[in-house]
Ligand binder design. Structure first.
Ligand code: NAP
Length: 340
């Protein structure tokens, strides 16, 4: 016996990846419905060896469905997630709408699986921001051993984190650079993304941080420990898929780089690739289609008492969104619904 599962936003980057991962991980599905906007009605999407026809979210009845994996923007989530939740269908949401709601658990299954117990207050579970998800997978085992006091992170985020239109913009702008008269002006991004980097993701806040930076700070505290201080600089780079992060941590207790490497090797969800030679590290293109969060370049930061530096790479459409959502679905099944 399996679950009746709805994938909302099934024509998008994250929704399509959710369908791939549900099939790859053989999630116990009895029945599956795929939803998007009215304009996509009847559009076919792949699920394992089959194709499914997209239905209209606006008219879908969630009654009798076990769980809905939402991957639409905050606006559509605001309108439809409460309807699904009220109908008894547990919502696992990828947007930022519910992440900071104290009555909604924000879960990375390798890090805080016990938070699942809080799902029933609203029948909604939130998935973190893509750059937070991969970072907390790496921070948690180090925090458990040596208590992290402060994190300094700089991100190198791929364009797929901004949706389908951003992927097209990078592709067309890159091609257009070589064809006179076919230059593509910035539209999704405020400046040219082809052959460039942009130190600006999401809106600016009064503090001078961007909302993306604020999300990494706030979500890390909610998922791991409110006492961890985080400062972040989030940068968009001309990579299609795969987010990278340069992470510096300061810990309360001394943590030797070799011990940190061993801890990370044993930690769930992590693959350490850390050879001090040409190519002995992971780059974003190598993370595409993989489940792991890759850690490389682990080394002591000798400028502070207890400091470490490392490099963290993951497929943002997977660990940063679709994989984490499916892992939450598995957790929900195992711990709460217990059908599969
Ligand atoms: N990409 C990432 O790395 C990432 C990571 C974490 C979280 N997220 C979040 O996941 C969500 C989806 O991101 P994405 O990258 O998959 O975006 P996307 O590629 O642009 O896809 C958006 C999806 O939402 C659907 N949609 C939009 N408005 C709708 C409405 N009013 N009614 C019904 N369906 C609607 C679209 O359907 P149509 O095709 O019919 O328009 C499409 O299926 C966003 O909230 C995003 O912030 C993304």
């Amino acid at each position: 016996m399996g679950y009746k599962v709805v994938v909302v936003g099934a024509t998008g980057n994250v929704g399509r990846e959710m369908l791939n991962i549900l099939a790859e991980r053989e999630f116990p599905v009895d029945e599956i419905a795929v939803l998007a906007s009215r304009k996509s009605l009847g559009t076919e999407v792949s699920y394992g060896d089959t194709t499914l026809k997209t239905q209209d979210l606006a008219t879908f009845d969630f009654a009798g469905w076990d769980m809905a994996l939402f991957a639409v923007g905050s606006e559509a989530t605001k309108e439809y997630a409460p309807k699904a939740a009220k109908a008894g269908c547990v919502v696992i949401d990828n947007s930022s709408l519910y992440r900071y709601d104290p009555d909604v658990p924000l879960i990375v299954p390798e890090v805080n699986p016990d938070a699942i117990e809080g799902y029933s207050k609203k029948n909604i579970i939130a998935n973190p921001n893509c750059s937070t998800a991969q970072m907390v997978v790496a921070l948690k085992p180090l925090h458990d051993r040596a208590k992290i006091k402060r994190v300094v992170v700089s991100t190198y985020q791929s364009v797929s984190g901004s949706g389908k239109a951003a992927i097209d913009e990078l592709w067309n702008q890159t091609k257009g650079m070589y064809v006179p008269g076919q230059e593509v002006a910035p539209s999704v991004y405020p400046k040219q993304i082809a052959f460039n980097v942009i130190p600006h993701i999401d809106v600016f806040m009064d503090s001078g941080d961007t909302k993306e930076e604020w999300k990494m700070i706030t979500e890390t505290k909610k998922i791991i420990d409110p006492s961890i201080k985080v400062t972040a600089t989030c940068v968009r780079v001309p990579v299609f898929v795969g987010h990278s992060e340069s992470i510096n941590i300061e810990t309360e207790e001394f943590l030797d780089e070799d011990e940190a490497r061993d801890i990370l090797r044993e930690a769930p969800g992590i693959l350490v690739v850390d050879k001090r030679e040409d190519g002995g590290y992971v780059t974003p293109v190598e993370s595409v289609g993989d489940f792991a969060t890759f850690i490389s370049r682990i080394r002591q930061d000798v400028t502070v008492e207890n400091g470490l530096n490392f490099w963290c790479v993951s497929d943002n459409l997977r660990k940063g969104a679709a994989l984490n959502a499916v892992q939450i679905a598995e957790l929900l099944g195992r711990r709460v619904l217990k059908k599969g």
